[in-house]
Design a protein around this ligand. Structure first.
Ligand code: C2E
Length: 532
């Protein structure tokens, strides 16, 4: 008993550590999530800003082409005063053109700002030949009042872009550079840039993608595969700092709260379980547990042939802990054999005389696999024989799960050698029911009530009831059908050409020993003396 209690406390001792680990895991997960969300939002923000600049640049290039074709419709003499006036009217209304020059044999002849006063030597920066036949010169030196400018050249017409044309798209903490590439991607020039953006280097090529450059979350690149225009935006730390702090705080708090809640729930669950387990151990010591007996009948005659002993724990008046919960607690707490021995003692006290008087009658006891390793269990069983009760009058029920435990095999053999009958409980609910029968020898199968309840319903056609019955027949095993609740179910099994024992509310619910005595007395009267 000291050993059991120590083992039990050992399990519960680990709970605060597990709770702490869960708490820490949740807190760390919160931090990691914050990082992901932060990255996602930063990328989304950079993406939308870069996209905006890219589409604006594409729009301006298209408008520039339109303006050039409009200007090329000039009805006036080439570079005449009227021609320059005509052009001036068009470019001043556009807002994004700072000058426009006309060329002959690749030599500038006149421009809106310089008139016809053009210096003879003129050299352009490197130009990019684009797929539509236009040429773009990035940051070319100019003769006009602007030192440098971007030129779009189509059909002997050079359009100079206003250098500040993207200024209305500037954003705090962001700067940008816009590039144009040749379709073959072998040459790139810079078109426009933020006034502070001089440090960024022209990329060696333009790969069509949207990405953080070199994994740096402050430099974002977006290229258009159609126009070969690329925009690189650069954010400073301040652009994300506040958002980063907010996201980090929110997710850290969420992580801590979730972790705290999970840890608390775990502690509460185990505290309750611990409390219940301790209460159960106390109830055993104080002998507060009760045993009820459910009749098992021959389904053909309706005669009682046995009882199943079932444990009951009334934790408060009319408030019972379900036996499977109670058994689970005892198994996890490592003191299930105390329950089994307790039941054996109670059964002996209750049924001693009845079993002696009626040697045909049997009582089935539920046991767990680990009982089979305890000498105290065999000793408790042996006490029945001292009173002249024969071993076959004490049936042993083991669930499939328990019987499949490899340590149980030897114990089962030992019990059979002692003369006890072995019943495989809840048969059919395990995944290896049939395989189990090849490994261990049992005397009867108890068909689980879940299958019984398919009788009288459409589900019977697909249920495994017939298979279980034929397995029992094939292996020459007895069969006890559990959970018979209706006359229809009873009639179904009664009509089968098999010897079947039955148990269920239809024949009688689990009852206390006084009711059992009464039941036997009633049966006795009915059958004129003995029902057995
Ligand atoms: N719906 C319905 N249920 C019916 C009907 N006829 C009987 N039952 C219930 O079916 C269960 C039959 O016991 P089990 O399969 O061995 O299943 C038992 C058994 O595995 C375990 N158990 C009960 N007492 C002990 C015990 O002393 N030791 C061990 N190790 N396990 C026990 O707890 C399980 C549940 O026991 P109980 O709640 O008493 O539930 C009992 C019984 O009350 C019916 O017609 N309809």
């Amino acid at each position: 008993m000291v050993l059991n209690r120590t083992k039990l406390l050992g399990i519960f001792d680990a709970v605060p550590v597990i709770a702490l680990v869960i708490f820490l895991l949740c807190a760390i997960t919160g931090k990691i999530l914050a990082r992901y969300v932060d990255d996602y939002l930063s990328r989304a923000e950079a993406d939308s800003y870069t996209q905006e600049l890219l589409s604006q640049t594409n729009k301006i290039l298209q408008q520039a082409k339109d303006k050039i074709s409009e200007i090329n419709q000039s009805p006036h003499e080439f570079c005449s005063a009227n021609d320059l006036r005509f052009i001036r009217n068009i470019i001043y209304s556009s807002g994004f053109i700072s000058d426009l020059g006309r060329l002959k044999n690749e030599q500038l002849q006149c421009s809106v700002l310089l008139g016809n006063n053009i210096p003879q030597s003129y050299s352009y920066a490197r130009g990019i030949l684009r797929s539509d036949g236009s040429v773009i010169y990035g940051d070319t030196p100019l003769f006009s009042s602007y030192n440098r400018g971007v030129i779009l050249s189509i059909n002997n017409t050079n359009l100079v872009f206003n250098p500040g044309l993207l200024s209305s798209f500037e954003r705090p903490h962001y700067s940008y550079s816009v590039y144009a590439g040749a379709p073959a991607l072998n040459a790139i020039v810079r078109l426009f840039h933020h006034p502070e953006q001089n440090s960024i280097e022209t990329p060696s090529n333009i790969i069509h993608s949207r990405t953080w450059i070199d994994g740096n979350r402050y430099t974002y690149k977006l290229c258009s595969p159609e126009t070969h225009i690329c925009v690189i935006t650069v954010a400073d730390e301040l652009a994300y700092q506040n958002k980063h702090r907010l996201i980090d705080t929110v997710f850290t708090i969420l992580g801590l709260l979730t972790g705290g809640l999970a840890a608390l729930l775990l502690l509460r669950y185990f505290h309750n379980a611990q409390t219940l387990t301790m209460q159960l151990m106390r109830a055993i010591t104080r002998q507060e547990l009760d045993v009820r007996y459910q009749p098992i009948v021959n389904v053909k005659t309706g005669k009682i042939i046995a009882f199943e002993a079932l444990i009951r724990w009334e934790i408060r008046p009319d408030d019972y802990v379900p036996p499977d919960v109670l058994i689970d607690l005892a198994e996890k707490g490592g003191f299930i054999t105390r329950i089994t021995n307790y039941v054996l003692i109670r059964v002996k006290a209750d049924m001693n005389q009845i079993l002696q008087d009626h040697p045909e009658l049997r009582v089935n006891i539920n046991i767990a696999a680990c009982d089979l390793q305890h000498d105290s269990f065999y000793a408790a069983l042996a006490r029945f024989q001292n009173k002249g009760i024969r071993p076959h009058q004490i049936g042993i029920e083991l669930t499939e799960r328990s019987a499949a435990d490899c340590h149980a095999f030897k114990g089962i053999e030992r019990l059979r050698a002692l003369g006890h009958k072995i019943y495989l409980d809840d048969f059919g609910t395990g995944y290896s029911s049939l395989a189990l029968l090849g490994k261990i020898q049992v005397d009867a199968l108890k068909m689980d009530k879940a299958f019984t309840q398919t009788v009288g319903t459409d589900a019977l056609t697909v249920s495994i009831v017939p298979q279980i019955l034929s397995i029992a027949k094939k292996y020459k095993l007895g069969i006890v059908v559990e959970g018979i609740e209706t006359e229809e179910q009873a009639a179904y099994f009664k009509a089968l050409p098999l010897s079947i024992a039955a148990q269920g509310w239809y024949f009688g619910k689990p009852q206390n020993i006084n009711e059992v005595r009464q039941l036997l007395g009633i049966s006795r009267k009915k059958k004129k003396n003995s029902p057995f």
